[in-house]
Design a protein around this ligand. Structure first.
Ligand code: CP
Length: 312
């Protein structure tokens, strides 16, 4: 059973390259309105415990365009899950009997792993605190579309160590891409992810200096800060003070390569992790990146569901 729980579930660079080419093909075919119904007769389930404006709609649209069907279950519409309610493993077994693959955005990555253990169908991580594989493969695809040598382009990540940052570390291990990261004090990558990536030869540097990370980078990436709204005013001020030096803005981007592109998975909070100028500027590909979620996830689902090449 092939899952996509983390980016490390993609076995090797050759598989990743096939996915990129397939996504490119699907994107072109969609523009020509000539997509083959490769997911006809397949049902993709979605279990979302958190909101989504990109992952879920792009999956729903992508599956429909390939002739498949989706079943969407938001946590608020389901029986409560957990040991004091319906055990997650029971829900996994039931949902897995209805669908061919299950995409889940769970409150904790451990729950996603529990789903994968019991669902008996491919489980896809629709974002967790540990990784966001659909996003980081899309990030790579967006660069692949723009750079002649995407794997030789130096990447910088500037921001908090959230799921996407961990996914980029795994992606660096898979691809050989050089990745320089600037994280705020007190924000740490997942230790196992970093160790596994380094053991696989990943060229990842982790520090706190955004200018050093961005210097001569061909790709500059960031992600929204963890919500500040629950913090007490003094804790919020301290967090903002720690994060503000990592803001992606025109001054920081002046240290990047002349042809650098700016990635952002969205949603963005303009004025926090990125300025309006940087997000809307010539270098930003954030909205193309969001659009690319559709074709990349189509390619991922075809791969996970074992759609034969001749059908595609
Ligand atoms: N980037 C991303 O995953 O967006 P959503 O949270 O809107 O799905």
């Amino acid at each position: 059973m092939q899952h996509l729980r983390t980016t490390f579930d993609i076995p090797d660079r050759a598989t990743l390259e096939r996915l990129l080419h397939r996504a490119q093909h699907l994107k072109r075919r969609r523009a020509e309105r000539r997509l083959a119904p490769t997911l006809s007769g397949r049902v993709v389930g979605m279990l979302f415990e958190k909101a989504s404006t990109r992952t879920r709609p792009s999956l729903e649209a992508g599956v429909a365009l390939l002739g498949g069907a989706t079943v969407v279950l938001h946590a608020r519409d389901a029986h409560a899950l957990g040991e004091e309610h319906e055990p997650l493993r029971d829900a996994a077994r039931v949902l897995g009997s209805y669908v061919d693959a299950l995409v889940a955005r769970m409150r904790s990555h451990a729950d996603l792993e529990e789903l994968a253990r019991h669902a008996r169908v491919s489980v896809v991580n629709g974002q967790s605190e540990l990784d966001h594989p659909c996003q980081v493969v899309t990030d790579l695809f967006t660069v692949f579309e723009r750079k002649e040598r995407p794997f030789e382009t130096r990447w910088a990540y500037v921001g908090e160590a959230r799921g996407t940052a961990n996914g980029l570390v795994a992606l660096a291990a898979l691809t050989g891409i050089e990745l320089a990261m600037a994280l705020p004090e007190g924000s740490a990558l997942d230790a196992q992810t970093l160790a596994r990536a380094r053991a696989a030869g990943a060229r990842v540097t982790v520090g706190h200096d955004p200018q050093a990370a961005v210097r001569d980078a061909g790709v500059v990436s960031t992600e929204a800060w963890t919500s500040l709204s629950a913090l007490e005013p003094s804790a919020r001020a301290a967090r903002v003070a720690a994060l503000t030096p990592l803001q992606v803005n025109d001054a920081l981007l002046s240290h990047a390569a002349d042809d650098a592109v700016v990635l952002h998975p969205l949603p963005a909070r303009r004025g926090q992790e990125i300025t309006d100028d940087a997000l809307e500027g010539m270098r930003s590909v954030a909205f193309q990146q969001a659009g690319n979620r559709l074709c990349v996830q189509q390619a991922l689902l075809e791969w996970l569901l074992g759609v034969p090449a001749e059908a595609a």
